[in-house]
Design a protein around this ligand. Structure first.
Ligand code: MF3
Ligand code: CO
Length: 238
């Protein structure tokens, strides 16, 4: 999983470097494919679900929360864009996402991204042996709501290992001290989805794209994390 995580981090770096006004999300997907191929990895996104997901990345601009399908959309100055990437090495999965601004963005959009990142960091800090699963979501929710934003309820993080999505779900909300006990050797994908306005989400006609109902901005950030005897280890870093 460390190896798969490193490939995901490399996809992030290559795509991040290419994000600028005028680039299409299909071009960013191409960059992800090239990294996967170069590292001898496989994609866990391509062909996933129904209808089969057509990309190796999800590209989710502005009011799109998650699962945006890469295609002809051209990034514009002032957009924010979430890029979600996954890879498989020798049967083991990595999954991670980041959100970034395109060129100069609104201060409120900047704050949304910063708070989303801080909420993931708080969730990760709760991932210690002896803690409880709901400590993660509780930590995420506290950071998000203290900033005046909201967390999406219809989608969650997840266990991850020899499949991309394993039990249990990892919600981004809840009271602490509940659910399974966290222990060394467990691996989770934690992924706050944060809305500037209300948390209500809708699936668009392509059956993948998930957008905010109120049309306001959403940000998404994710890491694959292992719990070790020494605490959390982020696997999807370079
Ligand atoms: N990475 C997403 C998740 O965190 C799943 C991507 S959906 C797919 O669960 F179709 F692209 F695979
Ligand atoms: Co995930």
């Amino acid at each position: 999983m460390r190896q798969a995580g490193r490939v995901v981090a490399e996809m992030h770096a290559a795509i991040r470097a290419a994000i600028r006004p005028g680039v299409t999300t299909a071009a960013l997907d191409r960059i992800g494919r090239d990294v996967i191929e170069r590292r001898g990895a496989r994609s866990n996104f391509l062909g996933y679900g129904y209808p089969p997901f057509p990309g190796v990345i999800c590209a989710s601009p502005n009011d799109v929360i998650v699962h945006g399908v890469p295609g002809p959309y051209r990034l514009a100055e002032g957009d924010i864009i979430s890029i979600d990437c996954g890879a498989i090495i020798e049967g083991w999965h990595g999954d991670a996402a980041f959100t970034v601004g395109v060129g100069r963005i609104d201060p409120e959009a900047e704050r949304l991204i910063a708070v989303t990142e801080a909420s993931l960091a708080a969730g990760i800090r709760a991932m210690v042996p002896g803690g409880r699963l709901s400590d993660i979501g509780s930590a995420v929710q506290s950071v998000v709501e203290a900033a005046g934003f909201s967390v999406v309820r219809e989608y969650t993080g997840h266990g991850i290992g020899t499949a991309m999505h394993e039990a249990p779900d990892v919600p981004n909300w809840g009271r602490p001290g509940k659910g399974r006990r966290l222990g060394s050797g467990q691996t989770y994908a934690v992924e706050p989805m944060v809305c500037a306005g209300g948390p209500e989400a809708k699936v668009l006609q392509d059956q993948w794209t998930v957008a905010t109902v109120d049309g306001r901005l959403a940000a998404h950030t994710e890491h694959t994390i292992a719990i070790t005897d020494h605490g959390p280890e982020i696997l999807t870093l370079p």
